[in-house]
Design a protein around this ligand. Structure first.
Ligand SMILES: [Zn+2]
Length: 550
């Protein structure tokens, strides 16, 4: 027995030694800057050196894995000026191996990375895990790996580490409002790149609102011929913009064609980012009535507002059945464009003044035995949910959809604090947390005196970093309904792409760590140190950011 025990011990010791049979100096925490911080890192000795003889080994018969192997070598071959090839197998020892391996502990997005002196082995359960492992490899390399130009005279080393990593939450989102200002497709792709760089996985595309409709709908061309355009008042403060005059032409705006949208969705998919489209209803829809006034309660033509529109009282008539035919026609095309299982239908801030005075809306309240206008909104959302369910899609709405009764399978996006999310989780509904206090990146991020004009508020980096999407008032069962969180970037005061980057970064970097890293691994002081290298990455990638320290 004694011998047996010794043998077992020797085998265990050998196993440990194989794990870190690395030669060279001990790798320490300060040698490594990975953001978001991985769940588990162990430090070895020395490094793996990448050179022209290094091979990437991957299953070349699997198109998805082959594509991932290509994303790895493309960056190495361009920035590091190497000539690395992909092979299915090789006896060579100088290898970076990418492989799928059944390991339930890693889940859908986790990975295991072992770096030794002459071999790197990246394993994951699913392709998404390999993608995130590759992002980690890039962050283990010198920062110049992010350069667009070839960088010579650098040794391309990966420090010997063993990382076992997976995200804390499955929903790690970034929203962008393209109605208040329109941004070109090229920038949308860059925004998706930045999302993927942070191991985030949802792009919430706020495509419609009072200041412009942004998605081509073949059945209703007026939405892009008319509702996508407003008069140019960009020289005036958002709140001081006069509506369109009778003799004026609306020339400011734009929209995405269906072809552009398909291309963007596919591009996002290649970076494991899912695209959530949002089509607002019943409120934040006045732009629609510039082209289709018959779907409002009053039937009057309404011009697309060039600035502030509040309260937003021109909303869809809930008593008119043709409104639902119209919306289903739109959603039908949206569903065909976006493969993601969710559709966001807005549901926020609908001023019910018109419903109170509208004979059709009041007749609906009577006929359906509804208590009030809140229940009428609930009727509206439930009717839309029924349609989405028939098309195998799930409905998401802002937390106002709780008022008057929640639709049966709706997911709630909690923006007015955490309370809406808490209420929904207690009712057994899925929840995404994005409270204005921590997740509204249109707020000021520093002293307003030092910043470009913003909508107001104050959400600095440290505050974002302190965010916890799981409120204390939820029990363990209820916590499971919190899918994760996201930040929202409303663009009333953000007219161009560089400004979006400035508002989003580095707050998005902080949020990425909140949503990925285990809570007990989060450390503000250490995050701030790692941020310095993250800024260097942004510089190499040509990304604008606020040089925030707190
Ligand atoms: Zn009405």
């Amino acid at each position: 027995m004694k011998n047996q025990r010794n043998i077992t011990f020797t085998i265990s010791l050998l196993f440990v030694l194989t794990l870190f049979s690395c030669n060279g100096d001990k790798v320490t925490k300060k040698d490594i800057t990975i953001i978001p911080e991985p769940a588990v890192i162990e430090y070895g000795n020395g490094y793996f050196k990448i050179d022209d003889k290094t091979l990437v080994i991957a299953d070349t018969n699997n198109p998805e894995i082959f594509k991932l192997a290509n994303t790895l070598i493309e960056r190495l071959n361009s920035a590091a000026d190497l000539d690395i090839k992909i092979k299915k197998q090789s006896k060579n020892i100088n290898q970076i191996i990418l492989e799928l391996l059944e390991n339930e502990d890693l889940g859908e997005e986790g990975y295991h990375l072992l770096v030794q002196n002459n071999i790197v082995r990246l394993q994951a359960n699913k392709a998404a895990g390999l993608f995130y492992g590759i992002q980690t490899i890039f962050q283990l390399l010198p920062v110049d790996i992010f350069s667009y130009q070839k960088v010579n005279n650098i040794e391309w080393h990966i420090p010997c580490v063993e990382i076992t990593d997976k995200p804390r939450f499955s929903w790690r989102g970034m929203h962008l409002d393209v109605s208040r200002h329109f941004f070109p497709p090229e920038f949308i792709k860059k925004y998706i790149d930045i999302i993927a760089l942070h191991k985030m996985n949802i792009f919430h595309w706020h495509l419609t609102d009072d200041n412009g409709w942004r998605i081509e709908i073949n059945k209703y061309p007026g939405l892009t011929d008319i509702s996508a355009w407003r008069v140019d008042r960009e020289d005036k403060h958002w709140k001081e913009r006069e509506p369109q005059k009778e003799d004026e032409k609306a020339t400011y705006g734009g929209f995405y064609t269906q072809e552009e949208i398909r291309e963007i969705v596919e591009y996002a998919g290649s970076k494991y980012v899912r695209v959530l489209p949002e089509i607002e209803m019943p409120g934040h829809t006045s732009e629609v009535f510039a082209a289709y006034p018959e779907y409002s309660c009053t039937g009057k033509i309404f011009t697309v507002r060039p600035g502030s529109y509040w309260p937003n009282s021109e909303i869809f008539c809930a008593g008119n059945d043709s409104v639902f035919v119209f919306l289903e026609g739109i959603l039908s095309e949206v569903i065909n464009l976006f493969p993601f299982e969710y559709i966001h239908i807005g549901g926020d801030e609908a001023d019910k003044t018109r419903w109170k005075a509208c004979p059709k809306c009041q007749s609906r309240i009577n006929k359906e035995n509804l208590k009030d206008e809140d229940e009428l909104q609930s009727y509206f959302i439930k009717r839309i949910e029924k349609y989405l369910t028939s098309r195998n899609k799930k409905l998401i709405g802002w937390d106002e959809i709780l008022e008057g009764g929640l639709a049966s399978d709706a997911t709630v996006m909690s923006w007015r604090g955490l309370d809406g999310g808490i209420a929904a989780a207690k009712l057994g509904h899925d929840v995404i947390m994005c409270p204005g206090t921590h997740c509204y990146f249109d707020h000021y991020q520093a002293d307003p005196e030092s910043q470009p004009l913003a909508i107001g508020g104050y959400t600095n980096l440290k505050k974002v970093y302190s965010f916890n999407p799981i409120p204390k008032s939820l029990n363990k069962d209820e916590e499971a309904y919190v899918l994760g969180g996201q930040a929202n970037v409303w663009t009333e005061y953000i007219p161009d792409p560089e400004h979006i980057e400035y508002m989003a970064l580095p707050r998005m970097t902080a949020l990425a760590e909140v949503l990925w890293t285990p809570e007990n691994k989060r450390n503000w002081r250490n995050f701030r140190k790692r941020l310095i290298i993250q800024y260097e990455r942004f510089d190499r990638l040509g990304i604008n950011y606020y040089n925030s320290k707190q």
